[in-house]
Design a protein around this ligand. Structure first.
Ligand code: GRF
Length: 246
């Protein structure tokens, strides 16, 4: 017999996990950092719905598979044209019903055909202190331009490459990262390239801490991008142009 009281008591409704769809192209060390944070309970109420790569056979896909995360390859060489590719990608991502689309070393310039359907839900990690050094070869640029500090930024993705509002940033003094002498270098250019490699390793460590931290803010609904005034707010406080320091 069911008593009337127990019939009225509803089980507490659990909020669904936030669905992250992660886009990669390569080794996926940032993906690994996100997986590790999730498994350590440091990413809040989230799940990785899928990892999508535009290249088959990359290390990031293996990392995902090792953690039983669904993977999908949408090989850009099999789809003619950037617009068609982005439409195919957008359809696949939409099917996964993401709360957040996380670009983690996704090495393609995205067009409006992908960005517009998910605007405000896509974030990226970039290896420089934005707005400095957009695009590629950021570590080398920082060395060549004699910067004193370098680092990485997490930002919302907009139609302009590496130009969306910054959420968080981590930096380090470049001198601190250059621990080995570039002794084997036979030219100034080679020396800069060797130094850039050292810098890349140091910045990568920062990335692995910064990205999960920023994703946690999103998952916890603590972060808001007001697209009308292009400002980002964390816990209601407006962030500076360089985002929140991590
Ligand atoms: C990182 O340096 C990230 O900043 C950039 O692409 C690289 C991806 O590296 N967007 P990994 O695949 O996560 O190791």
């Amino acid at each position: 017999m069911t008593d009337s009281f127990s019939m009225q008591v509803k089980a507490p409704t659990k909020k669904p996990l936030k669905r992250l769809v992660i886009l990669i192209s390569g080794s996926g060390t940032n993906l690994q950092a996100i997986i590790d944070a999730l498994e350590a309970g440091k990413l809040g109420e989230a799940e990785i719905a899928a990892v999508i790569s535009n290249r088959p056979g990359v290390g990031g896909l293996e990392r995902a598979a090792r953690h039983h995360i669904p993977t999908l390859v949408i090989d850009h060489t099999t789809v003619e044209g950037r617009e068609a590719y982005d439409q195919t990608l957008a359809a696949a991502v939409a099917d996964l019903k993401p709360d957040w689309v996380i670009l983690a070393g996704f090495m393609r310039i995205l067009t409006r055909h992908f960005i517009e359907p998910f605007l405000g839900k896509i974030i990226n990690i970039h290896p420089s202190l934005l707005p400095k050094h957009k695009g590629l070869h950021t570590h080398l640029k920082a060395i060549q331009e004699g910067d004193r500090h370098h680092g990485c930024s997490v930002h919302f993705v907009t139609l302009d490459l590496d130009s969306g509002p910054v959420i968080g940033q981590s930096s380090l003094p470049i001198a601190e990262a250059l621990t080995h002498d570039a002794q084997t270098a036979t030219s100034e250019q080679q020396k800069h390239e060797q130094q850039a490699q050292q810098l890349q390793l140091a910045v990568q460590k920062l990335e692995h801490k910064l990205y999960p931290e920023c994703i946690l803010w999103l998952v916890q609904e603590r972060l808001r991008w007001d697209q009308d005034n292009n400002q980002v707010y964390l816990d209601g406080a407006q962030l500076p142009i360089s985002g929140h320091p991590v």
